[in-house]
Design a protein around this ligand. Sequence first.
Ligand code: BGC
Length: 750
Amino acid sequence: MQVDRLATIRNRIALLCATAVCCGGALAAEPWMNARLPADERAALVLREMTQDEKLKLVFGYLGADHEQKKTKRPEPARNQSAGFVYGVPRLGIPHLWETDAGLGVASQAGPDVHHATALPSGLNTAATWDVDTAYAGGAMIGAEARARGFNVMLAGGVNLMRDPRNGRNFEYGGEDPLLAGRIVGAQIRGIQSNHVISTLKHFALNDQETGRTTLNVLVSEQAAVTSDLLALQIANEEGNPGAVMCAYNRVNGVYACENRWLLTDVLKGDWGFKGWVMSDWGAVHSTVPAANAGLDQQSGMPFDHADYFGAPLKEAVANGWVPQARLDDMARRILRTMFDHGVVDHPVAPAPDAIDSRKHAAVSLQDAQAGMVLLKNAAQALPLDRAVKRIAVIGGHADKGVLAGGGSSLVYPVGGNAVPGLAPTSWPGPVMYYPSSPLEAIRRRAPGATVTYADGSDRAAAAALARASDAVVVFATQWTAEAMDVPDLSLPGGQDGLVAAVAAANPKTVVVLETGGPVAMPWLPDVAAVLEAWYPGTSGGEAIAGILFGEVNPSGHLPATFPASAAQLPRPVLDGYPDANERRFDVDYHEGAAVGYKWFDLKGLTPLFPFGHGLSYTDFTLSGLKATVTDGVVTASFTVANTGKRAGKEVAQVYVAPVGARWEAPKRLGGFAKVEVQPGAAAQATVTIDPRLLAVYDPATKRWNVAAGDYRVILAASAADAKASATTVRLEAAAYDVHGKPLRTRAAP
Ligand code: BGC
């Protein structure tokens, strides 16, 4: 029956094409091409027309570039130097999947013919904005570039929690708190997908260090996982509705993430009701039958895996019944329904790179960068810089040339090329890349009457002498971090701590600008006047930094992660497996459970260098008038943010929650936040509603979030360790919520 219908369709299409009627036109009449039908129905209709081989093609992905060592060529229709490619079914109107990395812009595989694109600042920078609108705008921009480059899948949405500041990929992610990271990354995903480009959510799950990432085994309880890393992913999923989820390299409680039934089928597709498809990370598949039956829908990036598990072996496994036909149909159906649902079929992509307005896009990146830079210290109002000063010293960090980017698959090759080519490593996970947006030039433009002198910092004595002879000193310090490697410790590499110390000793007005992948230690902190954490600031980084230094933009970023005083304060003072654990299988025991970041510091009574949530402004704010109400078990906090200084600015008001006389994984959790803009001398009201799951304890046995009856403190603060925090108390009745935070009953049995 099915074969008959297939043959009829094929004949019809052949006839139409032969008579020069456009194939697309003929297909437009097919029922699954009817955009008014629900995605599920369209997927079911077209699936019925597909041969077994066509289904199998859809679940098997290739690297979109030649692989030198493995001697493989990219599939012919793949986009140049791209991360991935999957054959569609053109005869049925199902386009190929053209996949590009990643969350910071359209990345390129290294090679002779890279794409040039606009780079957002690092993910940590965007998280530090605490502003979902900024995150959305950045996502919309990079999604538009992906589309213009002919991609319909963007491998974005990285939201692995920062359990360790030495993780080389922290810069791609959203920091240490599940609520903040989930909301920010979710908004970015929504932005990307507003272009009819599918975004992933990754890496699923608990891939929180790079050392040994393909062999390590995370030990974590279900409750702790659901309350930490999985909660970040879940919130990003709820906010962003990503079309695909990328499963991770590592093992979780003994089972590889890409063949982990608990993660893929029970939690993701079951509990969360995820309707999209699960694709593997590039080289993260280890089997055919276990992976397919556990819930993996698509193998990605061949030749990265040891075998083409979802190629001929899957065909054989289905033929033998080891993988049910229904499972293969489900894999294909999930991919198809997502393509319909996200407009990938109805709005096919075609490369049109000339349509990219790079100037406009650079402005989007600039806004994001400036909203996320964090003024960590500002003694005696060293910043903003006075435009009238006569002699400004700019030192180190290649600030004469550009700004640093992180390395690995997410690397965006900038318009204009690498500003500092040739730095090691020049190959994977390099090249070390500096975007051609020079802070020195941007500073010079803002102080035309001053002599602005640059010293590269290689000669400490010369740098100190220049600092001594200057009225203002800005010293840049950089830390390159990258995929596939962690950093050894929290020190700035290459003796830069010594350089900063020498410069600060010569001139106490020294301002430090950090371009780092994440938290670093600052042994020189007491001796410098100001510190600006500029992360990896993206395409417009030099402009962004100078604009903040001179006060054109008032800094408003707040830390999305704790800056420890030293590695000794961390749950794992020594990183498991570091430095070279590539082939070794080892456990990483998340004994801290869900007490990640500030929660760990609270629990252990540790004082960090800078707490989560910290960030200064050129104006002053007070937070007051906190009131908390409970309606149907849901807590809402309202308060006033007053600007008592002389400049307009934005404050990040944070609402933490804590049970009285009881304890969760840690004394308190972030329950909500609001970034509020206030004019000088004015005040604004803000309201924050708290997701009940953040007041609850997850019970794996019943899959419920249970709120215990009792009193809860609601705390209004400007950081996780704010001495001026105020608090009020609410009383909650016992209540239970489902996995989505929906009430199961308003009143619990006594
Ligand atoms: C990374 C992914 C990336 C993929 C494709 C992997 O090495 O872990 O995040 O999307 O490569 O380049």
